[in-house]
Design a protein around this ligand. Structure first.
Ligand SMILES: C[S@@+](CC[C@H](N)C(=O)[O-])C[C@H]1O[C@@H](n2cnc3c(N)ncnc32)[C@H](O)[C@@H]1O
Length: 223
């Protein structure tokens, strides 16, 4: 999910992009269209959301329960709902959730919207799929907008995620996480291993600027 802004050094281009992303903007996938507040993760600026959308578009989600943990715009949850899943979209960003409620209405799709710090408010429901596009740059987020990008100086997001995840991973639950060459994969895998979680690579996608990976995250104690 490399930030294009990092690569753009020309001041006019930088200014132009910052201006463009200072107001709510639209993003579309197939016939689903969402309006995205500037404080919410912008799927237009990275490849990760689109890769996940294409990935779940191939799945049969009918009657499945799908949790998008850290939903941002929630377009992945909306696609899951369109594919007849029972879609749950959670985030720590209240603006994202307010916008998602409106976007769901506009698209005539049903999504259960949950304000939650990771799994804190998810409860005990059984999940068929968990989809995660995590923040992964190691820095303390200064505000809610930065929380979409930064996972804490010491990867605290992943410490908490991998300590909570095992409870939700039954044999039937499939958890997919997208990461990129741009992040400290080894560090993240180490935190997962400490919590008896393992990564299996299921998709590798190279584009002009980076390679993204979708991993299936599973319980390492399974055979
Ligand atoms: C990289 S964005 C991905 C957004 C969306 N899933 C997508 O693919 O476009 C990461 C999201 O995780 C959310 N997030 C970060 N830390 C969180 C936490 N502790 N609990 C819940 N959500 C969190 C951010 O607010 C942001 O919406």
């Amino acid at each position: 999910m490399r930030l294009f802004l990092k690569k753009i050094s020309h001041p006019f281009l930088k200014f132009g992009l910052q201006f463009y992303y200072s107001k709510p903007r639209d993003y579309c996938y197939q016939d689903i269209s969402v309006k995205i507040h500037p404080d919410v993760f912008p799927p237009q600026m990275t490849f990760s959301t689109k890769i996940l959308l294409d990935f779940i578009n191939e799945m049969n989600l009918e009657n499945k329960t799908v949790l998008e943990l850290g939903c941002g715009s929630g377009i992945i949850s909306l696609l899951a709902a369109k594919k007849k899943a029972f879609a749950i979209a959670s985030d720590i960003n209240k603006t994202a959730l307010n916008y998602l409620e409106n976007n769901a209405l506009k698209n005539k799709l049903q999504v259960q919207v949950v304000y939650s710090d990771l799994f804190d408010e998810i409860g005990n429901q059984e999940l068929d799929y968990i989809i995660i596009n995590p923040p992964y740059y190691p820095k303390k987020p200064k505000n809610i907008k930065e929380q979409a990008w930064f996972c804490g100086e010491n990867f605290e997001y992943f410490d908490k995620l991998f300590s909570q995840l095992p409870k939700y991973l039954s044999n039937e639950t499939q958890c997919y996480m997208i990461l990129s060459q741009d992040c400290d994969l080894e560090k993240i895998k180490t935190i997962a291993r400490k919590n008896e979680m393992a990564f299996e690579l299921v998709l590798e996608k190279k584009d002009l600027v980076e390679t993204n990976y979708i991993f299936k995250v599973r319980n390492d104690t399974w055979p």
